[in-house]
Design a protein around this ligand. Sequence first.
Ligand SMILES: [Zn+2]
Ligand SMILES: [Zn+2]
Length: 324
Amino acid sequence: MDHLINAFEKLNGLLFESWLQPLLFELGCVNLAEDAYMASEWFLLGILQIAIMVVLIRPLEKFFALEKHQEPASVRVDVMYTLIQTLGLFRLFFFLLFSMPIDWIWGYLRTLGVPTFHLELLIPGLADQPLMSFLVYLVVFDFFNYWIHRAQHQIPAWWALHALHHSQRSMSYWTDSRGHLLDDVLLAMVGVLMSSLIGLQPGQFVGLIVVSRLFESVQHANIDLRWWGVLEKLWVSPRFHRTHHAVGIGHEFKDGQLGGHNFGVLLPWWDIMWGTANFSHHYEPTGVRDQVFEGVSYGDGFWEQQWLGLKRLWVTLANTHRAH
Ligand SMILES: [Zn+2]
Ligand SMILES: [Zn+2]
């Protein structure tokens, strides 16, 4: 693992020195070197992620396909979402943007004598064990993500955006990235806030993102797969997440009730604890209820989907305003 990380750092350093640094020098913005280094790291990790997805997950879809007939055009849009998210540096931009005020607040608190909080320092010896401390952070982060995902379904305005992720009726290993750009901005904001609260280092944060993205890609894959025995209750499987996307369970928030199941992102534990887990082994069509039963359109192409998302948000906000 260490060798892999070293090789990756070397490659990134090489690319940075031979391409980016001379370019920044030429443009007269050497002061951006640190951000540019992080951006190139992010970009390279994105390429690596897509390579792993295509080499490892695509064959699984080929051999264990669950839905034999999928809408190719609809899957192609998800490929575009993945490219925008992993290579588009869009998310990184917002991470850097939101980090600024938070860093400033922490800096100010430090001058008042408030120490920076690091979760790993709470347990003696944990900081010396990188793998264990990474796992502890993963569990804490996932706990937060469970509640964030519930909020995406429960807060009508947030659901107006998150519904786009659920509108895919031909789910594949590309679907994880399908989402509204405004939803991404909100998630980036909450993500920066969470990592600063638990004292996550940038390196650990990137590690968490990479691990999460790969497993989330597997979860959305068009495969008939659940984990063996008790593992199914320990780690989210494609079957577990597909149930979250099932139309029949009704994942919309209605009459003051949170519908749906399986909000856990990597660990099903929180769903088990809060009574939202569903381990039944049967597959139903995926999508949003009004899309399937009332023919409501969520858009075919990228821009149409983004535009309709904004419209849904506008209508929801206007309705909430009128109700008060
Ligand atoms: Zn959801
Ligand atoms: Zn999903």
